[in-house]
Design a protein around this ligand. Structure first.
Ligand code: GDP
Length: 456
């Protein structure tokens, strides 16, 4: 899923690469490509329109950033907007204060409700709950049996209207009474869960191949009878443009509290996934990615956006760069370096900034323009950096500002304090002076200071 959307978005960004500034025409062209990519992925038209408009507006209004180049800024905006249309924050299940928590499933036939009941049961059990699955799909032949099978696989109690309860529950007698009336089955199940101390009840309901009034009425009746804490609308992500109509009908018909996307493992273009939250205003809470009970997880909008963009490295770099890159400070440091007034304190601060950005060698490979330093970086040992840091931290502020005062007895004290040898301290101080001298010479000669300040 999302393969072609991924490719299209990436090619839209590619055109921005190497641009120093984005013109309005650049932004227009990119927005157009994004729009076509989304439409091609079967994303609902109003969603596409709103999404593209927001990206465009933000890209036009974006301030010149010293940390990010224009292409990175657009990637960042698109990523953030994707997270937004997917729902923003991860939405967790709301458990009832007084158990049992009731979770009702609704959706078309074949959407994956019964399978989901098993997955939810397994997941809830793993979270330390004691769930019970309830078979209220009395329409589809074999649905009850299917629920019993998945319940057994999940090791979870199933409450069914026939004397076929599996697992620990013994509500068979009560269940048998209710054959044919899903509303009564649901009611009985809640009573049974209370009695047998099951703290979460998952109610599987009947679907139809298409939306119809009877189906909606039945779902509403069950809802009103059991007063669920969550009503989950289960939708097959492969249904493409029909997703909108179906989601709207269920939103109106049963007023669900959350969405579960199923069959995300399929090769559909993913439009439903991107539309359903925006169309219904309800959060996507879970995602199913296969037929096995383990093919299931809580839905995280940010992770899904990341998957769609498939630019994990770029996104984490953007995030880190923004967090730690203080361009003005960097400029000041450079001035001081070249002016020869660079101190050990500056040196330490720079290194802390660098180490905050993660492993040097990995990071430098990602930074634009850093390719020229690749070899130096490949040999860079992060542990060496830790040692240097420890030594500088063991110095007094005065020593850091004016390393010339660091005599023999100070060196002994510093090495003891930092758990290094006097030789290590000597080496650092010597290297620092050499580097500073070199920088001054280069500044006079107009050359680049390169990585002179960094030990290694
Ligand atoms: P229900 O009618 O809504 O209860 O749907 P079912 O649970 O019976 O699922 C219909 C079909 O879809 C079954 O063959 C399931 O095995 C399959 N299915 C359910 N969820 C997924 C999923 O996430 N991925 C895939 N590939 N198949 C799924």
């Amino acid at each position: 899923m999302f393969d072609s959307l991924q490719d299209r978005l990436q090619s839209a960004f590619k055109n921005l690469r190497g641009k120093g500034r984005l013109s309005e025409a650049d932004i227009d062209a990119t927005a157009r490509e994004i729009r076509l990519a989304l439409l091609d992925a079967d994303v609902a038209v109003p969603v596409v329109r709103a999404f593209t408009a927001r990206v465009k507006e933000r890209a036009l209004g974006v301030e010149v950033s010293k940390a990010l180049n224009p292409a990175q800024q657009v990637v960042k905006i698109v990523n953030e907007e994707l997270v937004t249309i997917l729902g923003g924050e991860t939405r967790r299940v709301r458990f009832a204060k007084n158990p049992p928590t009731v979770i009702m499933l609704a959706g078309l036939q074949g959407a994956g409700k019964t399978t989901l009941a098993g997955k939810l049961g397994r997941w809830l059990k793993e979270q330390g709950n004691s769930p019970m699955l309830v078979a209220c799909d009395l329409q589809r032949p074999n649905a009850v049996n299917q629920l019993q099978v998945v319940g057994q696989q999940a090791g979870v109690t199933v409450f069914a209207p026939e004397a076929g309860n599996t697992g620990g529950g013994d509500g068979g007698a009560e269940g048998t009474r209710s054959v044919g009336d899903p509303v009564q089955v649901a009611r009985d199940a809640i009573a049974e869960a209370r009695r047998t101390l099951h703290d979460v009840v998952v109610v599987d309901t009947a679907g139809r191949l298409g939306i119809d009034a009877d189906l909606m009425q039945q779902a509403r009746d069950i809802r009103d009878a059991v007063n669920p804490d969550e009503v989950l609308f289960v939708i097959d992500a492969m249904i493409g443009q029909d997703a909108v109509q179906t989601a709207e009908a269920f939103a109106e018909g049963v007023d669900f509290t959350g969405v579960v996307l199923t069959k995300l493992d399929g090769d559909a273009r993913g439009g439903a996934a991107l539309s359903v939250r925006e169309i219904t205003g309800r959060p996507i809470m879970f995602a199913s990615t296969g037929e096995k009970l383990t093919d299931f997880d809580v839905f995280h909008p940010d992770r899904m956006a990341g998957r769609i963009l498939d630019m994990g490295d770029m996104l984490s770099l953007i995030e880190q760069a923004e967090k730690v890159y203080d361009a003005e400070q960097a400029e000041k440091d450079a001035e001081r370096m070249l002016g020869g007034t660079f101190t050990l304190q500056d040196f330490l601060k720079q290194m802390e900034t660098l180490s905050k950005m993660g492993s040097m060698s990995k990071l430098m490979g990602l930074l634009p323009g850093m390719g020229q330093f690749k070899d130096q970086i490949a040999n860079f040992d992060d542990r060496e950096l830790d040692k240097v840091k420890a030594i500088i931290l063991s110095m007094t502020p005065k020593e850091r500002d004016d390393p010339k005062i660091i005599d023999g007895s100070r060196r002994a004290r510093i090495s003891k304090g930092s758990g290094t040898s006097v030789q290590d301290v000597n080496q650092l101080v010597t290297r620092f002076f050499e580097a500073r001298k070199m920088m001054q010479q280069m500044a006079k000669g107009g050359g680049m200071p390169g990585m002179g300040g960094v030990p290694g």
